[in-house]
Ligand binder design. Structure first.
Ligand SMILES: Nc1ncnc2c1ncn2[C@@H]1O[C@H](COP(=O)(O)OP(=O)(O)O)[C@@H](O)[C@H]1O
Ligand SMILES: [Mg+2]
Length: 228
């Protein structure tokens, strides 16, 4: 399988007054297409920072980040937007759906941002993929938590990403719903999509192909589950 993401000695330091917060303190790993990888660690360990760097929403302080073989570390904003749009779909913890719009309208939003034409067949295919067929015209605020998550996943898939990034995707979902979302991730990965999930839910992490344990901005070999 092809390497989609490679991270070398990646660092993100924040300045807080006179104190330097080492949110990421030199990490290395790679993700290949078709892999479902989770990153777990206690609150403040650097999960969101890592997700934001890989999503090209933020830039590293040092180290290298390769996306599809391109070293994006020195990329300017315009290039970052392009690489993000062409490679990455993301699902945020709070979904960021527009409640007053319908399922279909929410899913089609990325097309507007990317100035792409609407494609009814494409929208219907994506909706069927995530299990939202026939829910086109339902307002998002009427949906269950699980279906809202499906809308967020569908929206992330509209630009045909090779990598799906999810920061705490099942945070407020019940176990059963969470497992059905994981099943969907598994199906997507079989089609070659790489999925990278940040979570503090070790149960969920154990169902992914590989776990990266973060602590104080570093990757550690393995930890006791009681830490979370
Ligand atoms: N914008 C920021 N400015 C200063 N410190 C930050 C910022 N974002 C995150 N941090 C700090 O970086 C560390 C890692 O945070 P974060 O990546 O959000 O961890 P997690 O998602 O694992 O809870 C924490 O100590 C946090 O306070
Ligand atoms: Mg976080």
């Amino acid at each position: 399988m092809r390497t989609l993401i490679e991270v070398q000695n990646l660092k993100k330091h924040y300045q807080r007054g006179t104190e330097t917060v080492k949110a990421l303190d030199g990490i290395d790993f790679a993700i290949k297409s078709g892999e479902v990888v989770s990153v777990v660690g206690p609150s403040g360990s650097g999960k969101t920072t890592l997700m934001n760097l890989i999503s090209c929403l933020d830039v590293a302080s040092a180290g290298n980040l390769f996306i599809n073989g391109q070293n994006v570390t020195k990329f300017k904003e315009k290039q970052l937007i392009k690489i993000r749009r062409e490679n990455i779909g993301f699902i945020f913890q709070k979904f960021y759906l527009i409640p007053s719009l319908t399922v279909k309208e929410n899913i089609e939003l990325p097309l507007i941002f990317a100035k792409k034409d609407f494609d009814e067949k494409k929208t219907q295919t994506v909706m069927a993929t995530v299990g939202l067929q026939q829910k086109d015209d339902i307002r998002v605020n009427m949906l269950s938590g699980g279906d809202k998550q499906r809308v967020a996943i569908a929206r992330a898939l509209m630009n045909d990403p090779q990598l799906l990034i999810a920061d705490e995707p099942t945070g407020k979902l019940e176990t059963q719903v969470r497992d059905s979302i994981l099943l969907l991730f598994e199906e997507l990965s079989r089609k070659g999509l790489a999925i990278f999930i940040a979570t503090h839910d070790l149960d969920l992490a154990e169902k992914t192909h590989r776990i990266i344990h973060l602590q104080d901005g570093r990757i550690i070999p393995k930890v006791e589950s009681s830490l979370y």
